[in-house]
Structure formats: C-alpha cells, structure tokens
Design a binder for this molecule. Structure first.
Ligand code: GLU
Length: 503
C-alpha cells in the first residue's frame, strides 16, 4: 500500500557525490520505505556554469551500487516527470511572474558592475552589502522605477533578474523535524534572486516549484541548506501552497579537528570520500568496501537507533529508522570504524562468495590466463585466512604461499629457527610424510606429532622450521591444514628446497 509520503534526493550534477550526499539519499530512502512512500531522484541542473559531464550518471551508478534504488527519476520516468530541471525550464518563468503579479517579487535591472561596486564599497567600510528593504528603493528595480520606466526597460530587452520581495518587520516561525522551532527576523534577510538574466530559475525557485509540483511531503537534506529555509517557507506562503515538512541533517565532521569532512581529509588520512571512483580518486567500491558496510556506517552518522545495536541490514534500517532520532550535532567521521564494518560484513559472507570475489586477483597474480582454479581449494584457503582480513584485497598477501612456493624466507625467523641440525630433522620429516596415503591435515599432524613424542624432540624445533619451509615465514593458519591444501608433492618440494637453500 502506498502512502502520501514522497521524498526526493535532489543533487546538482556538479561533480561526484560525496559520501555525505549518499547519507542524505539514504535517510530519504529509509524514510520513504519505512512509510511506504516514494523515493525520487531529481537532478537539479539549472546552473549551466557548474554542470559537469558524467556527474548525473555517476549519481545514478552510486545510488544503485548502494542499493538505494529510486522509484521515480531520470531513466525511470513516472507521473511527475521530467525529473531533470533542465527539461522543465519552460515551467519556472510563469511562477516567477506570478509572484510579481501578486506583489511578492520584482524585476531588478542593476548591472553586475553596479552591484559589484556596492559590494566593494561596503567591504571597504567593513560592512556587507545586502539587497533588501533598507535599500531596494535606491536601486534599479520595478519598485523604485515607475511602471512606464519598467516596461520600457523590459521592452528594450534589458537584462533583468527577478528578486523575492522579503517583507519587513516579520518574525518568521519555521519548523524543522530535527531542530524544532526556529524564529527568524525577516529584516536580516536579503531579496534573493529567483530568476536569472539567463532566463533560468535559481535553485530556490526551481526547488520550491518542483517540490510542490512533485507533491513532495518531506524535504530531508543537509544542514547547509538550513539558511535557505526562511526563503523557502516564504515562497510557499507567497504561492499559497502548503509547504512540505523539513528535516535538515547534521553535518559529517572531520575525523580530527573542527569543520566538515572534506576530500582533503580523505587524501591526508588515506580514506575515500566518494562512493565510486572519480578521476584519480578511489571510491569506497574500488577500495574494497561492500555496499552493505558503507550503508551501515553511513546510517549511524547522525542517526541513533536508541539501542546499542550497530549492525543493521538495509531492511533492518528501514524498520528502525526514525527522523526524530536524528541528532542536531555534527557526526564525527571515523575511518577506522568503516573498516571495522567492512570486516564484519566480510566475515559474514560465505566462503564460496568470497572465493568468487578473490578469483580475479588469483587469476591475475598467477598469470592463469582465465584458466580455472579449483574452486573448492580457493574456498578452503579463504576459510582459513579470512578472519585476518577486513577486505578481499588483503587476501593475496595473507594467502600467496598457498599458491606459490616461498621465494624468500623471513630473515629473522631463519636466524632464530634454522639451526645446525635442522636440515637433518627436515630430512626425517620428508621420510615421514612420503608414505602417507591420505594426505589430510589430521593424518599428517598425527604422524609428525607421534614421531616428535617418540623421539622426545622439542616441539618447536620441528614445527617452526617446517613452517618456514612451507610458508617462508612464521605466519599463517594451522600448518597441517596448509600442507593438506598444497598437497604432498608440493610439501615435499618445499621442504627439499628449504634444506638446500637454508642449510
Ligand atoms: N540541489 C541541491 C543540492 O545540490 C538540493 C538541496 C535540497 O535538497 O533542497 O544539494
């Protein structure tokens, strides 16, 4: 059953989405799904100067990778389309003119040069130039000019913008689901441009008109848009439209120090800030993160479930999500925690799934030219090493010796563990394992341990050099499991090689 809840994620295609953008999309998605509503993607591409080729596709790919599939949007046209503002261009002017008609907006003819002059002049006096009630009658606009003068200018094709006429001496009461009531004195607001001289709407006008026409019930967006709320509320009032409810999400803060998370923080500390790679910047996907892990760690940046639960699937998030549990305060980004999440999701994947993910690396490292590796072997290897990994891309360093004999031996380990009589002991081991019929971990272990006990040998004197011979260092899981996987022939050849090289 669908409800009247309709939310939108409305990025501008000015570059790749930051993970903060994905967090905004996620909270919109969760709210929509929790309420049986619709999650809409709207591309806000009215600013031609900032348009970046490929950014829209990137946004769509990133949302899809995260599993945040939209119900309506570009490539998924529905009743409220088109979903790209550039394709709705013809619509906005009528609304701007409607506001002029009703006395809520006016034409302004000030040239860029004259505005620049005022700005600099104010700056020189340590002030800020604001275009509003206190000076608008001294500037060039349809409020200061006569009707004839205004019409002349319009008929002469002079450049103009349309500005919102912010009322004087009003106390606006705004409401935000996360922040509660906010009071604003309209006297401090400027008369924002709604429609530009290039005949395109500004963000403010297009955003309000589209949210209204698309019947958006809740606007959930980043805190950086909170300063626009006063204007948006006034626009709804001026049009006589019912405003949606608003929720401004807290900023995502740098891992250390003050301020919001930026790409520079990622570069400095070595973690991605984009979901997918963009030019030279690696994304979470390419860094080896699972989308489930990304979604899970993003969900807790600013929202808290009210319990200690930290692990949430997307479905569990949908069940638990509540806008009232979103914090006002900024959420500190913790790159170590993101790894912890990935490790968690990795440990919970089946060996066969992990083996499949590992396969392309193996094929490439071993130069197998697409030749099939034994899947069962790879699964076994993965089952033995995965607990030490947070990412599939760590598997090779943790398991190369399963596939290749050691080419070098750990210097420290050799010095400590390979003694004068070690070669002899290893020769004995060779004799022991050669006749083993079923070359399985337990059998190998029993055979060697029995011999150690019977001959009252120190355990480490045999096991450490044997591990050195098989693995090349004193690392890795249970040695006899490794020997079973590499097989008898390979075990023998590695022991022989170690005797030759290390003696
Ligand atoms: N286009 C704006 C952005 O880039 C949308 C802000 C909003 O959601 O109102 O974030």
């Amino acid at each position: 059953m669908s409800s009247n809840v309709r939310v939108r994620f409305a990025p501008s295609p000015t570059g790749p989405l930051h993970i903060g953008g994905i967090r905004t999309a996620l909270f919109n998605y969760l709210f929509a799904k929790k309420n049986n509503g619709a999650f809409i993607l709207r591309i806000e591409d009215t600013d031609q100067n900032r348009y970046v080729e490929g950014a829209e596709q990137y946004i769509i790919d990133a949302l899809n990778w995260c599993g945040l599939h939209f119900d309506e949007g570009p490539t998924k046209e529905a009743d409220f389309g088109p979903y790209r503002q550039s394709e709705r261009k013809s619509l906005y002017k009528v609304y701007a003119e409607q506001l002029i008609e009703s006395g809520h907006a006016y034409y302004a003819f000030d040239t860029a040069e004259s505005l620049d002059f005022h700005r600099k002049d104010h700056e020189a006096k340590g002030k800020t130039f604001i275009y509003n009630w206190h000076n608008r009658l001294k500037l060039v606009n349809s409020l200061s000019l006569s009707k004839e003068q205004t019409n002349d200018k319009l008929n002469n094709g002079e450049h103009y913008v349309i500005r919102f006429k912010t009322p004087q001496n009003q106390l606006l009461e705004l409401n935000d689901i996360i922040r509660g009531n906010i009071k604003i004195d309209t006297n401090i607001l400027d008369d924002k441009v709604l429609f530009k001289s290039d005949r395109m709407p500004t963000y403010h006008l297009a955003n309000i008109v589209d949210d209204h026409l698309m019947e958006i019930s809740h606007v959930i967006r980043g805190e950086e848009w909170l300063p626009s709320l006063a204007l948006h509320q006034q626009l709804y009032d001026a049009f006589g439209w019912k405003a949606p409810e608003f929720a401004h999400l807290p900023l995502i803060m740098k891992p250390v120090g003050k301020g919001k998370l930026s790409k520079r923080d990622g570069d400095k500390l070595g973690f991605p800030v984009f979901p997918l790679s963009w030019n030279e910047s690696k994304g979470y996907k390419e860094a080896g993160y699972f989308p489930e892990a990304v979604i899970n760690f993003l969900s807790l940046l600013g929202w808290n479930p009210g319990t200690d639960q930290e692990i949430f699937s997307l479905n569990e998030l949908i069940q638990s999500f509540d806008l009232h549990r979103v914090n006002k305060a900024g959420a500190r980004f913790d790159p170590d925690k993101t790894k912890w999440y990935n490790q968690h999701y990795l440990q919970n994947k089946s060996d066969s799934e992990l083996a499949e993910l590992y396969m392309p690396t193996l094929i490439q490292k071993l130069g197998l030219d697409g030749e099939k590796l034994n899947t069962k072997t790879v699964e076994k290897v993965v089952s033995l090493i995965k607990e030490r990994a947070s990412f599939v891309n760590e598997f090779w360093d943790l398991s190369d010796y399963f596939f290749l004999p050691p080419s070098i031996y750990g210097v420290k380990a050799v010095k400590k563990q390979w003694k004068e009589n070690t070669g002899e002991l290893m020769n004995d081991v060779l004799q022991l394992i050669e006749p083993i019929k079923t070359y399985a971990s337990e059998n190998i272990e029993n055979t060697i341990k029995e011999w150690i006990t019977t001959n009252e040998l120190p355990f480490g004197k045999v096991m450490a050099p044997l591990r050195l011979a098989i693995v090349g260092d004193l690392k890795g899981p249970h040695l006899f499991d490794i020997m079973e996987i590499i097989g008898k022939e390979q075990s023998i050849s590695r022991i022989q090689k170690a005797i030759n090289v290390l003696n």
